[in-house]
Design a protein around this ligand. Structure first.
Ligand SMILES: [Zn+2]
Length: 218
């Protein structure tokens, strides 16, 4: 008897390795209830449209670009009102299967700007892959600036150091001028005080004395 063929279309059968190898595009609608941590952060979370573009990089590591979209309402941190918001998250990740692997990859200079995520299970788990990225991308403030009545007023200090930039620049230029004048004055002062320069001037004066004429007179 032949065992029933495994249904390769179910997510459970899709390994990250094979998805990367096949440069697979996975498109799924994920029920909002499955994102339990995200659900706690908002209300009226709609189903999530998830697109995952898998590939492998030059070192055969599985990489994924994710695009996720969902509607929700988020509490404004200032007025506590629920504000309609479209969650849109795009992320790139390099998938490591162990902490050690992730650490090893992170230590390489060429990997400095990689977003390495550790996913221990070999098979695709969309919630595990995208929920953190969504949580990280939640906005700090959802009220559109002027719409939030509890937005703190912008107050500027009237202190002298807060002069507008153009005035500050003028002041800087004046300071530079003053310094230049001071420097020139100092140079004149040094000229007058240098003993050798004084001596030189004295010798010039002596040289210009009409002694020769006097000698001729004798
Ligand atoms: Zn608000």
């Amino acid at each position: 008897m032949i065992a029933p063929a495994m249904n390769s279309r179910t997510d459970g059968a899709l390994t990250y390795q094979s998805l990367g190898q096949r440069k697979a595009l996975v498109e799924r609608v994920v029920r909002s209830e499955q994102m339990s941590r995200l659900e706690q952060e908002c209300t009226e979370l709609g189903d999530l449209q998830v697109k995952l573009y898998f590939d492998r990089d030059a070192r055969y590591r599985v990489v994924v670009e994710g695009v996720i979209e969902a509607s929700a309402k988020l509490p404004c941190h200032l007025c506590q009102e629920s504000v309609p918001y479209i969650l849109r998250t795009t992320f790139n990740a390099t998938i490591a299967s162990t902490e050690e692997q992730a650490e090893y990859w992170s230590s390489g200079e060429e990997s400095a700007d990689l977003n390495i995520v550790v996913i221990e299970g070999p098979r695709l788990d969309i919630v595990e892959l995208v929920e953190d990225e969504l949580l990280l991308d939640l906005p700090g403030q959802v009220c559109v600036d002027l719409n939030c009545g509890n937005r703190p007023a912008m107050v500027y200090d009237d202190g002298a150091s807060d002069a507008p930039p153009d005035q500050r620049e003028q002041r800087d230029q004046k300071d530079k001028r003053d310094q230049k004048d001071l420097l020139e004055e100092t140079e004149e002062l040094v000229d007058r005080q240098l003993p050798f320069l004084g001596l030189k001037a004295a010798l010039q004066e002596i040289g210009s004395l009409p002694t020769e004429e006097g000698e001729e007179d004798i």
